[in-house]
Design a protein around this ligand. Sequence first.
Ligand SMILES: *Cc1c(COP(=O)(O)O)cnc(C)c1O
Length: 371
Amino acid sequence: MDTNKKDSLALFRAFPELARKLDWLPLANLPTPVQQMNLLAEELDEDDLFIKRDDLSGEVYGGNKVRKLEFLLGEARARGADSVMTFGTAGSNHCLATAIYARSLGMEAISILSPQTNSASVGRNLLMGFHVGAELHHYHSEPAAQRGAAWQSARRLGAGKKAPHIIRRGGSSSLGTVGFVNAGLELAEQIKRGELPEPDLLYVAMGTMGTAVGLALGLAVANLRTKVVAVRVVDLRYGNEDAFHKLFDSTATLLNKLDENFPKLRWVDANVEFRHEQFGQKYALFTEAGMEAVSLLRSTEGIQLEGTYTGKAMAALIADSHAGNLEGRRVLFWNTYNSRPFPAEAMNRDYQKLPFPVQDYFEKPCQALDP
Ligand SMILES: *Cc1c(COP(=O)(O)O)cnc(C)c1O
C-alpha cells in the first residue's frame, strides 16, 4: 500500500494506527471543496450558507458512495475477491458506484436490484451500469432479490468461481461508515484552515445512514458542535433512530478496537436531529417541496440535485429558513449526489440489450413530478 496516499486522509493523519490496520484504496478526490452559496442565501434571505461538494468526490463518478467504497473495495481486494455483489433498487446510485469502481479495479460487479418508482435517472443509471459491465439482476420483490442473490452466488460457485464479496445495501456497514468518519474529520480540517466557519447545522439526506452516522461520529471526534440534521428519505424500516445508534456504536467500537487512541464514543455523544417530514409517501417518490428545492438550487447556484435524496434534504433546509429557524445560524448542506456527466456512448446504448426485467423502466412512464 502506498503510505503517502494513506496520508491524504484526515482520519489516517489523526490516527496513524488505523492507516496500518485498515485496508483502503484511493478512489476519491479528497478533500472535496466547500463553497459559499451566496445566490441561494440572497434568495432565502440568510447570511451563511455553505455546500460541501461531495458530488465531485470522484473523477468518473462522484457522490457519497465513493468514500465508503475506498474501505469496502479495499477490504474486498485485500481478501482476494474477484467479484463483488451488492444490493439496491433499480436506479441505485450505490450499486452503480460499486460497479464503476469495482470494474475499474478489474473485479466483476453483480448488482441485485429490486423495484422502484420510475424516473429518468433510473434508466440512466441502468445504462451506465450496463456500460461498465455490471451484471444486472432485477427481481420483482425484495424477498425474491434475497433468494436471487443466494442463487447467483451458488451459480458462480457451481461454475468453479469464487463466491462474490458481499457489500451491504448502501455500503452502510461499520466499515463503509468509516469513510464518513473521515469526512467529518476532513470538514474539521477545512474549518481550521478557514475555508468555512464552524457550521451550527449540517443538512444531509439519510438513507441507509452510513453517511449521517459517520459524519456525526467524525464531528464528535473532532470536538465540533455542529449538529447533523439527518433528513430521512427512506422507509422507517431502513432509516430509524435505533439503527442509527447501533451503526454509530459499532463503527466507534471497530475504530477503537483497531486504535486505542480513537475515543470510546457512544451514540449519546452524537449531535443529531432526525427529520421525517420531507419523506412524503415513499422512497424515490418525488415531492413538490423536493422538486422546488431542486429547481431553486439549479436557478441560483447552478448545482444539480435530484428528487430521491438531495432535493428532500434541501427542502428541509428551505422550510427551516422560511420558518425563521436559520436566522443567525451557519448552515452547511452536504451534497451527496454525483454531478459527473455520463459518457454519451453509455447513454446511447440500446436498452433492449439490457436484461429483460429492467427494460420496463425505459418503456413505462416516469412519475408525474419527474422534470
Ligand atoms: C445513497 C445516497 C444517500 C444516502 O446515503 P446513506 O449513507 O445511505 O444514508 C444520499 N444521497 C444520495 C444521492 C445517495 O445516492
